[in-house]
Design a protein around this ligand. Structure first.
Ligand code: KIV
Length: 301
């Protein structure tokens, strides 16, 4: 699966070939242009990507149109992130968002994405208390949110939680390194796993993957540490601010497409300037309305 693309080069016609299926790519999701709809990306396809030394892309999505656009652009994994808290609901951090707020967003994304694997974040407070609580919340996201998998933040401490969830039939993506839900205990946005701390993250990744996590997402981890983790574990890794040697990469879509204003983290690359485009469109519309130029005869019945 040729899953990396140069900036701006992804078009629906270039939906990446499938994982591990050679140049012709027969038989796996998206491989046959006559196949409609393309098969769903599943967690074993992500594993095949790792096994074949290939890369895949993940973006956040929180509603219908972006889910549809990213899906058709060939993005393999959509994350209904708890970053909805500070990218949809107007909060400062990811902590306040609730299960009740995320579930309808997740349903909208899952209904709109025909091919991508849809992963939902379990919000802060919805899984930490016990493995039972995590299973119950995971079930809500798979049943009521129509998600295909869930993501939880945290290290070795969550080994038994992951095991219980996987046994209950809930695919789990583990999120280690900088975990935004713990930003107050981590002392803010700080790179994790530098120097001697690298071993702690390697141990986390080993424990969580051995407990059954289908992948390990690493946030703000030095590239060398991330590469060591990717080499140490069997399952695919996904990086955000973790260098280039992870199996997949993830970005928050409003950062990737330049919708969000303000200072960007070092790891963000902006592939568009939607904020300027949208502001220009809104300004032009407002001016035309005020000048009596819109609607014109062509827009009137
Ligand atoms: O919620 C989110 O957007 C995330 C990414 C930072 C990976 O967890």
């Amino acid at each position: 699966m040729a899953m990396t693309s140069s900036p701006g080069s992804i078009t629906p016609a270039e939906v990446p070939a499938p994982y591990g299926n050679g140049p012709s790519g027969a038989g796996l999701p998206g491989s046959d242009p006559t196949e409609k709809p393309a098969g769903r990306i599943r967690i074993h396809h992500l594993q095949q990507a790792k096994d074949n030394g290939e890369h895949f892309a993940m973006l956040t999505a929180y509603e219908q149109y972006t889910a549809e656009i990213f899906d058709q652009a060939g993005i393999e994994v959509l994350l209904v992130g708890d970053s909805a808290s500070n990218n949809v609901f107007g909060n400062e951090t990811s902590l306040p968002v609730t299960v009740e707020e995320l579930l309808p967003l997740c349903r909208a994304v899952a209904r709109s994405a025909k091919r991508a694997l849809v992963v939902a974040d379990l919000p802060f407070g919805s899984y930490e208390m016990s493995a039972q609580q995590a299973v119950a919340t995971g079930v809500r996201f798979l049943k009521g949110g129509l998600a295909h998998a869930v993501k939880i933040e945290g290290g070795t401490f969550y080994t038994e939680t992951v095991r219980a969830m996987v046994q209950a039939g809930i695919p789990v993506l583990a999120h280690i390194g900088f975990t935004p839900q713990s930003e107050h205990s981590l002392g803010g946005y700080r790179v994790q796993g530098r120097g001697n701390d690298a071993q702690r993250l390697i141990d986390d990744a080993l424990a969580l993957s051995e407990a059954g996590a289908f992948g390990v997402l690493m946030e703000m981890v030095p590239a060398e540490t991330a590469a060591a983790i990717d080499a140490a574990i069997r399952v695919p890794t996904i990086g955000i601010g973790a260098g280039s040697r992870t199996t997949g990469q993830v970005l928050v879509w409003q950062d990737m497409a330049g919708l969000r204003g303000g200072k960007m983290a070092k790891f963000v690359k902006q592939y568009a300037d939607l904020r300027t485009t949208l502001a220009g469109a809104a300004k032009a519309y407002g001016e035309e309305v005020r000048a009596g130029q819109f609607p014109g005869p062509e827009h009137s019945f």
